[in-house]
Design a protein. Structure first.
Lengths: 193, 583
């Protein structure tokens, strides 16, 4: 089922959270589902604890791998505060999937800046759909903290009209055999009951 | 596939089996991918100039050869590039320049399209991974047809974006290598160079004609009210926001198809030239007497996105819902937990010296609170600059001028300036941060690692012997994780007269081959911590300040805490704690 309109999903978080891997999996899923897909992120210095973002865009024919500010339909924020950094990119009707994990920036660590306290309330006040997810806790239950990114993909899948079988087959292909079961469980945990 | 993976694939599909490069973001993955294909020869050269010279040599031997580098690497390689434009090649030669608008990981955002015009070398510019794969093949075909080196220019967004790429059957490589002597063509003494210079202009004319019918210069006539002339990634941004306008998309950005541009101009009413960085197309099109709108509305700086193009042409941006009212703390990239550079820069800061930095991870030590660097210009510059400053300041600079440089960067372009320091009897201190790899770009091999790009064991440069052969007498090897040792070595060598080199040797903490086991995470004893914040000066990611934890009989206003999940147990903080509170 192909839609003409190009849609944009933005992944945001901190280096080391598995953002690039998650966006790669999403791209594979959208390709399997028959869409044209482009994605873009910036490598390099970001992996040293800096901010990481990845744009994924899909539709019948995608030109730009970057979404126009103000048009992103879905934000998946791997870190709580990072969601606030990219509000300018979101459409006013955007859905937000928010991992509640808090990773302090250096200035917060040294006591020179504060970590915002009202993130979830603020987002809920301004956006129609905000799913706050304890992805670390759920990943731990699935068996490994590192699967938090796949938990968030599970949550994302609940907002998208893609057959579960496609997600499952891509996840099977994306991990070594011994990690497949764990990641499939993590994916399930992300889907709201 | 990413643009870089697609380029590697295209090179392979073109039947090319020879490539040389020096790593640099955003170009590095091209070589890493290419080296994985069957039957190829791929090497990391110590720098971009050598890489180009290696590729020229291969091409003169009849091979189809590739050289890959980031935009600033072309500066290093410019010398051979400008003259191989005169000589031409026997086989084929393509040079990839990966530019970095917005300076995601670079010190400048120079627009290397200017090099094509400057060196009179044709240049192709793809706009996405599929085109990247096809264009690199076309580049080799043009190189063979016109006996010229050809540039392929990408930008970070092309190299590092991913999209669906359709593969083709690889061409079976033909072996055309041979020793063929054509000295008058390749010995660029003035008498021959003057003859080749004329040939360059003849080739230019032929290429201009070729550009007119080059199928990747594409005209799309839609709404004739507005015509957009563009190339590379900005084409996609423009198509995204203005799908109904007319387009002239240039796949070849040098030389330009003059007739085609005139024809396009005659079919549309208003013309916008959309290009990142320099008004490179705009100036050439204006010189044809065609009226266009360009840099008066589009920015000169940074990469574009669809929003920048829309708001430059129209003001009807989609409104974002909200912006969070408070300023958010930044997340500047930082040295990793356990990074061997951290101890060295901590020790160096205590020396209060002026530190000339170089290109590598250690540039990240510039940030507060480590504040380890006071200058950083380009690859290899730290040594020459430290020497120059020390000479100019004479007594005032004695014991106060340091240059720091990584092992890969030192072998790239640090050897000559260090020889100069010995020759001209410098007083500066050079510290080589030897982490046994090219860490910043992701662990590439170099002549000091003992392995090649193809994974074979290789001769390993002995830094000690090399440096002493350059004429440096004071050489000392230290472990930078030992703060006390580092501080005393720096103090001694700054005090000694004549040039000195400290080799701070400890493998990158992310370097798998070094087989480093992380130790158990450290803890702060909340009763022993006096809240002096010494450990926070290290800017180590797991160490945080917890306000308001006071203690009877102590002035402390808080304590340090260590996040166990991030700590790798290097123990640096325990060394700087004066109260023995960390263990």
């Amino acid at each position: 089922m192909k839609e003409d309109r190009v849609k944009s999903i933005l992944f945001a978080g901190v280096g080391g959270q598995g953002i690039i891997r998650a966006s790669d999996i999403l791209c594979e899923v959208m390709m399997e589902a028959g869409y044209d897909v482009k994605k873009s992120e910036v490598h390099g210095m970001a992996q040293r604890g800096g901010c990481v973002t990845s744009h994924v865009r899909y539709g019948r024919k995608v030109y730009s791998p970057l979404a126009e500010p103000g048009t992103v339909e879905t934000l998946v924020s791997f870190e709580k505060m990072e969601a606030l950094r990219y509000l300018k990119d979101l459409s006013p009707n955007a859905s937000i999937i928010l991992n509640t994990e808090q990773i302090n920036p250096p200035a917060v660590n040294t006591g020179d800046a504060d970590y915002p306290l009202d993130i979830i309330e603020y987002l809920k006040m301004h956006y129609p759909q905000v799913m706050a997810i304890e992805a670390l806790l759920l990943a731990q239950r699935a068996g490994n903290l590192k699967a938090a990114n796949v938990v968030l993909l599970g949550a994302l899948s609940s907002l998208m009209d893609i057959p579960h079988a496609i997600w499952e087959s891509v996840i099977r292909k994306s991990f070594p055999q011994k990690l497949v079961k764990l990641n499939l469980e993590a994916f399930q945990m992300g889907i709201p009951a | 596939m990413s643009g870089n993976e697609a380029i590697a694939r295209g090179v392979y599909e073109a039947g090319v089996r020879f490539a040389a490069a020096y790593p640099g973001t955003p170009s590095t993955e091209i070589m890493e991918q290419f080296a994985r294909y069957d039957g190829v020869y791929a090497e990391w050269a110590p720098n971009e100039k050598v890489a180009v010279e290696v590729a020229i040599g291969a091409a003169l031997g009849g091979a189809k050869a590739l050289a890959v580098m980031k935009h600033v690497g072309v500066n290093v390689a410019a010398d051979p590039i400008f003259t191989v434009s005169y000589t031409g090649i026997e086989g084929a030669l393509v040079i990839i320049s990966a530019d970095d608008p917005s300076m995601h990981s670079s010190q400048n955002e120079q627009d290397n399209r200017n090099y094509a015009k400057f060196a009179k070398i044709p240049m192709l510019e793809p706009s996405d991974p599929q085109e990247a794969k096809e264009y690199v093949k076309l580049a080799f075909a043009i190189s063979e047809q016109f006996d010229t080196p050809v540039f392929l220019r990408t930008t970070t967004r092309v190299s590092h974006s991913k999209s669906v790429v359709t593969l083709s059957e690889p061409r079976v490589p033909e072996d055309k290598t041979a020793l063929a002597h054509h000295a008058a063509k390749y010995v660029m003494v003035p008498i021959n160079a003057r003859i080749r210079r004329v040939e360059v202009e003849k080739r230019q004319k032929a290429l201009q004609k070729f550009a007119e019918t080059f199928p990747e210069n594409k005209m799309e006539i839609n709404d004739p009210a507005v015509g957009i002339i563009t190339a590379g990634m900005p084409y996609n941004y423009a198509k995204d926001v203005f799908p109904d306008y007319s387009y002239l998309k240039l796949g070849m950005v040098y030389p330009l198809p003059v007739k085609m541009i005139r024809h396009f101009a005659s079919r549309v009413k208003k013309i916008y030239v959309i290009e990142e960085l320099d008004p490179y197309l705009e100036e050439q099109i204006r010189a044809l007497g065609i009226e266009v709108t360009g840099k008066e509305i589009f920015p000169y700086t940074n990469e574009f996105d669809p929003g920048i193009i829309r708001s430059a042409i129209h003001a009807d941006k989609p409104a974002a819902a909200s912006t969070y009212p408070e300023t958010l703390a930044q997340r500047p990239p930082n040295l990793c937990p356990g990074c061997p550079h951290r101890g060295l820069f901590y020790a160096l800061k205590k020396s209060k010296a002026y530190v000339h930095g170089d290109i590598g991870c250690y540039t990240l030590s510039y940030l507060k609170p480590l504040e380890g660097l006071h200058s950083c210009i380009c690859m290899g510059a730290s040594i020459g600059m430290a020497h120059g400053m020390s000479k100019a300041l004479k007594e005032k600079g004695k014991g106060k001028v340091v240059g720091v440089i990584g092992d890969s960067t030192f072998l790239h372009s640090g050897i000559t300036p260090l020889m100069n320091m010995a020759y001209n009897n410098s007083d500066a201190l050079i510290i080589i941060l030897d982490n046994s790899t090219t860490a910043m770009t992701g662990m590439q091999e170099h002549p000091g690692t003992g392995y090649t790009l193809m994974g074979k064991e290789a001769k390993k440069v002995n830094l000690n012997i090399l440096i002493s052969a350059l004429g440096i007498e004071n050489i000392r090897v230290i472990d930078p994780n030992n703060v006390k040792e580092a501080r005393s070595a720096i103090k001694d060598e700054l005090a000694s007269s004549g040039p000195s080199v400290i080799i701070a040797q400890s493998p990158c903490v992310l370097f798998k081959r070094a087989n480093q086991k992380s130790k158990p995470p450290l803890k702060v004893d909340p009763d022993a911590c006096e809240g002096c914040r010494s450990c926070l000066e290290l800017n180590c990611p797991p160490i945080a300040w917890k306000k308001g934890v006071t203690k009877k009989g102590s002035k402390r206003k808080g304590i340090a805490v260590i996040d166990e999940t991030l700590c790798n147990g290097c123990g640096l903080c325990a060394q700087v704690c004066r109260f023995g509170a960390i263990s």
